[in-house]
Design a protein around this ligand. Structure first.
Ligand code: 13P
Ligand code: SF4
Length: 325
């Protein structure tokens, strides 16, 4: 039982049954990313990576989408289901990648390269998506780039590391924006190399938002869903070194209860190489709590609002991505 206790005099609320009751009453669906805290994953109707969450946001029977993820993800849900109410438990749940591409600066970059197609990772604001030809996620970026005409020049934003990975996988000469994910960027190459020595049979699972030197140590490189599938399809007693946000381990443990999961450490910001075991937790994803989830459903706020013209323009690259697969 997880109770909400705001102050000693307050009525106590048993959060999980109350969230379930509100869900039925509001005809709401709770969508959660794999990086959400375990308790939110357990109460969610659907858990996915960025691509599957976009698909589910576009195709469900609920009146209200409660999005347990970060702001750009909830915006994507609003763009795809503009007539639905989209709630985000904490409106301040941002993303360093999305913030690394301010719309004005990104537009100037596009304007300086008018002969380029514009491909952006979904980790962008709706305003930047409105300037984009095709969206991608880490699940389908290689596939989408391979589907574009070979004679077209391409801008790829905002993640320079994902862009570098896609460039190597496709052989295409992408013009990269200089953004990065503050979580995946700081995994320690040295600490992972040492862990490989200590656990010689361990498989290294790496998200492509990591820098090349870290990716080069990986046995499997892919989106959160791809890494989860590798565990689900792997030997039951395998050992894994996980090089992405630790929230994913909740579902990995369910998929392979007898496997061993070792979280790769990160470099402390301004500190020692490989010395930080908590720096790889996304502070934005972790802003959402069970209490905030309950309160946002009860108050039907905070709600995602977007101007109509942004919705119309941002929808085009997202729908193209979903259509490509
Ligand atoms: P995926 O869910 O597409 O793997 O993305 C990971 C991520 O960092 C989301 O913010
Ligand atoms: Fe953004 Fe990185 Fe957090 Fe994902 S893990 S939401 S890319 S800061």
């Amino acid at each position: 039982m997880i109770m909400l206790t705001r102050s000693p005099g307050d009525l106590q609320v048993d959060l999980v049954p109350e969230i379930e009751r509100l869900k039925r009453e509001m005809n709401a669906i709770i969508l959660a990313h794999y990086y959400q805290i375990d308790e939110i994953q357990d109460v969610a109707d659907f858990i996915g990576d960025s691509l599957d969450l976009s698909r589910k946001a576009a195709d469900n029977d609920a009146d209200i989408i409660v999005f347990c993820g970060v702001h750009f993800m909830a915006e994507t849900a609003k763009v795809l289901s503009p007539h639905k109410t989209v709630l985000l438990p904490d409106l301040a749940a941002g993303c360093s990648l999305a913030e690394s591409a301010p719309p004005g600066e990104f537009k100037a970059f596009i304007d300086a390269h008018p002969d380029h197609l514009v491909v952006n990772y979904v980790n962008t604001s709706a305003a930047v998506k409105a300037l984009t030809d095709y969206c991608v996620t880490s699940s389908n970026a290689v596939h989408v780039i391979n589907s574009l005409p070979k004679d077209r020049k391409i801008i790829f934003g905002p993640d320079k590391y994902l862009g570098d990975w896609v460039r190597r996988e496709t052989g295409r000469d992408l013009l990269l924006w200089e953004g990065s994910c503050e979580v995946h960027e700081i995994f320690s190459e040295q600490a992972i190399a040492e862990m490989k020595q200590e656990w010689p049979g361990a498989k290294v699972l790496v998200h492509p938002e990591c820098p090349r030197a870290v990716r080069d140590l990986g046995d499997v490189i892919g989106s959160t869903k791809r890494l989860l599938e590798a565990v689900a399809n792997g030997p039951p007693h395998a050992t894994y070194i996980v090089v992405t946000e630790p929230g994913i381990i909740h579902k990995m443990r369910e998929a392979a209860p007898h496997a061993t999961f070792l979280m790769a450490p990160a470099n402390a910001v301004g500190g020692k190489e490989g010395s930080c075991t908590s720096c790889n937790t996304c502070p934005h994803m972790k802003r959402n709590t069970l209490e905030k989830l309950y309160l946002c459903m009860k108050n039907r706020s905070p709600e995602i609002q977007l101007p109509d013209d942004i919705i119309q323009k941002a929808k085009i690259p997202i729908e193209r991505m979903i259509a490509i697969g």
